[in-house]
Design a protein around this ligand. Structure first.
Ligand SMILES: Cc1cc2nc3c(=O)[nH]c(=O)nc-3n(C[C@H](O)[C@H](O)[C@H](O)COP(=O)(O)OP(=O)(O)OC[C@H]3O[C@@H](n4cnc5c(N)ncnc54)[C@H](O)[C@@H]3O)c2cc1C
Length: 241
């Protein structure tokens, strides 16, 4: 399907939407963190915090304790769990999204297609991403055959070339769900040197730059460039699902 080919009724072309993600993001982000002197520990879950006088002094993992001047809770869907000694962020809930990936020849699809919550996102190398579901299924990242078939059938209605193909990948991720898709970006109410940046739900990639800017302004006690009111802890408490 190209822009010149007739498309099924109700399908929107998102020609001016830029697609990033997949394998594009982690490498450059990692390099930027390392270049700024950051150290990345993988497979090293934080389990709890040590506190003293209204401040967190250290973050604990199974193997090590990291002393901390400031701490950011940015554990996505898992910020709904908090850590031992650190209360969870309000109203966060894991919302599962299942996706399929197809491999076509480059250029078969050259623009994002969207209809009724289903989207097809082409990558330059011919891969086409099909998504997604919104499932309130707890911390369960499993996938299922019925959803695979449904996504495949709906995708083939938008792009018939997919009908005869099998997806090369089917997987699920957990979004940090929040009422109205509004993140919580604030100082933690229990500790002066703990900040939260979570609950970005369906738009965490899109919202990342502005969220980081607000977070840093709050951490550095600068007048924030963005109005922080909608994102504060108390506002999140008052929203309902
Ligand atoms: C199918 C799907 C499609 C999506 N499409 C889009 C889109 O098109 N555009 C968009 O903007 N967003 C999209 N999103 C949403 C986006 O992925 C999320 O909003 C974003 O990833 C949230 O970022 P985060 O860093 O807060 O959480 P995450 O990306 O979930 O990162 C949190 C990290 O914290 C780690 N962690 C958890 N607990 C601990 C612990 N105790 N100690 C240490 N680390 C821990 C986790 O392992 C994880 O790596 C999509 C999500 C899904 C699932």
């Amino acid at each position: 399907v190209t822009r010149s080919v007739a498309r099924p009724e109700g399908v929107r072309l998102a020609e001016r939407v830029l697609a990033v993600g997949g394998d594009d993001l982690p490498g450059p982000l990692r390099a930027a963190v390392v270049q700024l002197g950051g150290v990345i520990r993988e497979q090293c879950p934080a389990t709890g915090v040590l506190t003293q006088g209204g401040r967190v002094t250290a973050v604990q993992t199974a193997a090590e304790t990291f002393l901390a001047d400031a701490v950011v809770l940015a554990t996505g869907a898992w910020s709904a769990l908090g850590l031992a000694g650190l209360a969870a962020a309000p109203q966060i809930r894991p919302i599962r999204g299942q996706m399929l990936l197809f491999k076509l020849a480059p250029g078969v699809l050259d623009t994002i297609l969207y209809r009724n919550g289903l989207y097809l996102i082409p990558r330059r190398d011919g891969h086409v991403l099909v998504g997604s579901t919104l499932e309130d299924a707890g911390f369960d990242k499993s996938t299922d055959g019925a959803t695979r078939q449904r996504l495949h059938a709906e995708a083939a209605e938008l792009l018939p070339a997919l009908a005869a193909m099998q997806p090369v990948r089917h997987w699920a991720g957990l979004r940090p769900g929040s009422p109205d898709n509004i993140p919580v970006i604030d100082r933690h109410p229990d500790f002066g040197n703990v900040f939260v940046n979570t609950g970005h739900y369906r738009y965490g990639v899109t919202l990342a730059p502005a969220s980081a800017e607000l977070l840093v302004d709050l951490m550095e006690a600068k007048p924030p460039a963005l109005d922080p009111a909608p994102y504060c802890w108390q506002a999140a408490l008052e929203r309902t699902w």
